[in-house]
Design a protein around this ligand. Structure first.
Ligand code: NCD
Length: 316
C-alpha cells in the first residue's frame, strides 16, 4: 500500500501490497465505524476540509454510493465524476484526466476502471491518495476488506475457517483480492468453479484448493462466497447455458447440504438470482450475510479514507 517512505498509507491499490498488520488495523478501525453508522447522528469531522473525487469509468451502484456515504460521514466534500459526461468520452487519455483532476487539488481519488492496472497507472500521475474501487479483473481491495470484516464479526475469527469461493473466478477482482486477504489471515480457501472459469495453476500460485464439483467443494465449509457470472468481461462463451450453469454451480439448499449446517452465505452483489444463486437461499435472513456485507462496506471505506488521510491531519 505504501509508496516508498512516509506517509505509510499513500494509496490503496490492492491487498497484495498491504502488510498483515495494516489489514488488521483497517478492520479494527472499521469495527468502530459500524457502531457510528447505526446512530442517528453519523457525522464526524475527521476529513473536514478535504476533497474526495469518485471517478468511476464503470457503472456501479453499491460501491460508489458506499464511498460517497463514507466520505460524507467523515466530513469530506465529495464529488462524483460520471464518465458518461466526462472528457474521456471526447477522447481525453486517462493520464490527461488524472492530471486535470490533480490540478484541482483533491485529497483522495476513488477510481474504478475496466482495465487491470489502470488505477495504479493513474496513481503515478497525481499528488493525492488513490483508492482502487476495482480495476478490471485485477483487484477490489475494499470489497475483500468488507468481506473480511463481515466474516470476523459473524464468526468471531478468520483463522482456520474453510472458505469456498465459487463461480466466475477467472474474471473476478473480488475473488483475487479475497484469496490474497483470507489466506493472509489464515483461512483455508477453496476455489469452486468449472474449468473454463478457473485459470490453471491458481492452487499453486495462491496456496488454495481447487474443486470443479460444488458438493465436494462445499463439504465442511464455514463460508460460501458466491460470485456473479461476469459476462461483460467474457469474450465468447464460457458456459454452455445459464440453465446448465445454475444446475451445476448455482447455490441451492440441496448443494449446501454438504457445507456446515451454520455455513454463512455471501455475495458481493449485484446478484443474478437463478444463475449463480437461488433467490430463496440469498434471502434467508439467518444464513445469508449479503446485506451485512453492504453495511460493512461503508464502515470499511470510512476506515480506508481515515487511514489514508491521517498524515494530512498530522501536518502542521
Ligand atoms: C463486484 C465488482 O464490481 O467487482 N461488485 C461490487 O463491487 N459490489 C462484483 C461484480 O460486479 O460482480
Amino acid at each position: 500500500m505504501a509508496a516508498s517512505g512516509a506517509p505509510p498509507f499513500r494509496h490503496l491499490l490492492g491487498i497484495a501490497p498491504l502488510e498483515t498488520g495494516e489489514i488488521e488495523a483497517l478492520l479494527d478501525t472499521a469495527d468502530g465505524f459500524v457502531e457510528l453508522n447505526r446512530r442517528s447522528d453519523k457525522k464526524l469531522a475527521l476529513l473536514r476540509g478535504l476533497t474526495q473525487i469518485n471517478l468511476f469509468f464503470e457503472s456501479s451502484t453499491r460501491t460508489r454510493t458506499s464511498f460517497e456515504l463514507a466520505g460524507k460521514r467523515l466530513g469530506a466534500d465529495v464529488v462524483n465524476m460520471s464518465v458518461g459526461v466526462s472528457a474521456i468520452k471526447k477522447g481525453e487519455t486517462l493520464i490527461d484526466t488524472a492530471m486535470t483532476l490533480n490540478a484541482m487539488h483533491p485529497d483522495v481519488l476513488v477510481v474504478r476502471h475496466h482495465d487491470s492496472g489502470a488505477v495504479a497507472l493513474l496513481a503515478r500521475h497525481v499528488r493525492c491518495a488513490v483508492i482502487n474501487a476495482g480495476d478490471g479483473s485485477h483487484e477490489h481491495p475494499t470489497q475483500a476488506l468488507l468481506d473480511a470484516l463481515t466474516i470476523r464479526r459473524r464468526m468471531g475469527r478468520i483463522r482456520d475457517l474453510t472458505i469456498a469461493i465459487c463461480g466466475d473466478i477467472a474474471h473476478s477482482r473480488v475473488a483475487r483480492s479475497n484469496i490474497l486477504l483470507l489466506t493472509r489471515l489464515g483461512a483455508q480457501v477453496r476455489l469452486v468453479a468449472p474449468p473454463t472459469l478457473l485459470p490453471a495453476g491458481m492452487d499453486r500460485q495462491y496456496g488454495v484448493a481447487v474443486f470443479h464439483d460444488m458438493r465436494a467443494g462445499l463439504e465442511g465449509a464455514d463460508i460460501v462466497m458466491m460470485l456473479r457470472l461476469q459476462t461483460e468481461r467474457m469474450q465468447g462463451s464460457f458456459v454452455p447455458s445459464l440453465r446448465e450453469y445454475f444446475h451445476l454451480y448455482g447455490l441451492t439448499w440441496e448443494k449446501l447440504e454438504t457445507a456446515r449446517s451454520d455455513a454463512l452465505i455471501m455475495h458481493p452483489g449485484p446478484m443474478n438470482r437463478g444463475v449463480e444463486i437461488d433467490g430463496v437461499v440469498a434471502d434467508d435472513i439467518n444464513r445469508s450475510a449479503i446485506l451485512d456485507q453492504v453495511e460493512m462496506g461503508v464502515a470499511v471505506r470510512m476506515a480506508c479514507l481515515d487511514h489514508l488521510t491521517r498524515h494530512l491531519r498530522a501536518a502542521p
